[in-house]
Design a protein around this ligand. Structure first.
Ligand SMILES: Cc1ncc(COP(=O)(O)O)c(C=O)c1O
Length: 465
């Protein structure tokens, strides 16, 4: 409750429709002269469940937005925030430091692979990506290769919305309204095995080699003297959870070393247990030069993000008059840093990393049980992070046209899943997919529930095309 009352007779849904600008949202859905649907209002959460303003219960099948790793309603995280706000509510990291940011930097450096020992805090993932590109540019300027400024990323990948990060993002619909973006961001194919070139579809190793070699080709094409960094998610989210084929990251690492290009592992979703380890590059056996992370670091109880850089990248900043002229007022906020520490305590105490590793095969095989349905073409992912691709024709892998995808996803699936008590994501930024990323506290009982709700909705989907 706040001291502010909504106008009498006005519901949350009315006031949201009239005053709240929702993110990535088509507002016509809520307008009286549009679809006139109520704004879904979520009022509270407990464990893996969330509740709406009518008291209806939903499984949080997406951990909010790949965020709430330890589940909702954790008293100790609320307490950690309150305690820190009482002790020191705010102090920036501009030439001064505070204990919680120092402790958290130390803990992340300890958890990160190789010599990734330097932690630059932000308030979220897009800022971390933005920071990584800026660091890559400045690093090469400081070390005598000022022409290296371009970046390479993958088609359909999402890396955030600041204009630098958006240039790295490979989703045309998210970019086009804001062009021209920061120049120098080039795209290569992603690791969608299901839609790999025909001759590579059944050979993941060869496909991985092929996809990695597209990065070398792009570097050659642009000129190695002009390329600073490659941005890759361990498992690409957008398009519906594309894991790396075997050997992919090992080949990418070789390519980056050969051309002296930085490898940025964008782990905004994949870090903090989503795949199994604190950092997902460990799950796939590669050491990047930079990790970007956010979301699960606090399980969403307070916002924070980070760019974790190698000792090599920090070296030019250790001496003389040089600084990295970049920062955010709220980066490394004391309350968020305190919450992150308490959150990581829960991970350790409850063995959540191991829990994901143990349960992931069970979750996967449960979801693979949907493959007998006429619309389910592919189930893919890793850890607690899966995409289910829907297709018109399973034999030819033909996808839906725009009008069909619109009817299927927006006209039916999103609403039907929610009505069935499952909050998850039906997405068509690539081919149509349903995505699942439940809290890491979930186990076989919750997988069964998710499966049966999904099954009933997907089985009925052909009637709504
Ligand atoms: C891989 C990746 N990078 C960056 C971002 C942007 O993070 P934020 O929304 O916190 O700015 C996201 C958000 O989903 C993401 O998935």
């Amino acid at each position: 409750m706040t001291g502010h009352l909504l106008p009498s007779g006005s519901t949350y849904s009315d006031a949201a429709r009239d005053h709240l600008w929702m993110h990535f949202t088509r507002h016509s859905v809520f307008e009286p002269d549009g679809l006139n649907q109520p704004v879904p209002i979520i009022t509270r959460g407990q464990g893996h469940l969330i509740y709406d303003d009518h008291g209806r219960e939903y499984i949080d099948g997406l951990s909010g937005l790949f965020v709430v790793q330890v589940g909702h309603g954790r008293e100790e995280l609320a307490e950690a925030a309150a305690k820190q706000a009482r002790e020191l509510a705010f102090m920036p990291l501009w030439s001064y430091a505070h204990p919680r940011a120092i402790e958290l930097a130390d803990r992340l450096a300890e958890g990160a692979p190789g010599d990734l020992n330097r932690v630059f805090f932000t308030t979220g993932g897009g800022e971390a990506v933005e920071s990584a590109w800026k660091l890559a540019k400045q690093y090469f300027k400081l070390t005598g290769r000022p022409g290296k400024h371009k970046v390479i990323s993958r088609s359909i990948a999402y890396h955030g919305t600041p204009q630098g990060a958006l240039a790295i993002t490979g989703i045309p619909g998210a970019r086009i309204p804001f062009e021209p973006l920061v120049p120098g961001a080039h795209k290569v194919p992603n690791t969608n095995q299901y839609r790999a070139p025909e001759h590579l579809r059944d050979n993941p190793e060869a496909f991985g080699r092929w996809a990695a070699d597209r990065i070398a080709e792009a570097i050659e094409f642009e000129g190695a003297d002009s390329v600073a960094a490659v941005f890759l998610e361990p498992v690409q989210n957008s398009g519906g959870c594309f894991p790396p084929p075997p050997g992919y990251f090992q080949r990418v690492r070789e390519i980056c070393d050969e051309y002296d290009v930085l490898l940025v592992s964008d782990e905004v979703i994949c870090a903090f247990g989503r795949i199994g380890s604190m950092f997902a590059c460990d799950d796939f056996g590669y050491v990047p030069d930079i990790i970007t992370c956010a979301k699960g670091m606090t399980s969403g109880y307070s916002p924070i993000g980070a760019m974790i850089a190698s000792d090599r990248l920090f070296e030019p900043f250790r001496t003389g008059m040089t600084s990295y002229p970049h920062g955010y007022t709220f980066g490394g906020h004391p309350v968020s840093a305190a919450v992150a520490m308490a959150n990581l305590d829960i991970f350790e105490r409850e063995g959540l990393y191991q829990r994901v590793k143990d349960n992931a095969p069970i979750f996967r095989s449960k979801l693979e049980g949907l493959l007998d349905l006429p619309l389910v073409g592919d189930v893919r992912g890793e850890g607690y992070f899966y995409g289910i691709e829907l297709v018109k024709d399973k034999t030819t892998r033909e996808t839906f046209n725009d009008a069909e995808a619109e009817r299927l996803l927006r006209g039916y699936l999103s609403k039907a899943l929610f009505e069935a008590g499952l909050y998850c994501r039906a997405d068509d930024r690539g081919d149509p997919v349903v995505q699942l990323a439940p809290p890491l506290t979930c186990g076989p009982a919750e997988f069964d529930e998710i499966y049966s709700r999904l099954r009933s909705v997907l089985a009925d989907a052909p009637n709504h095309l």
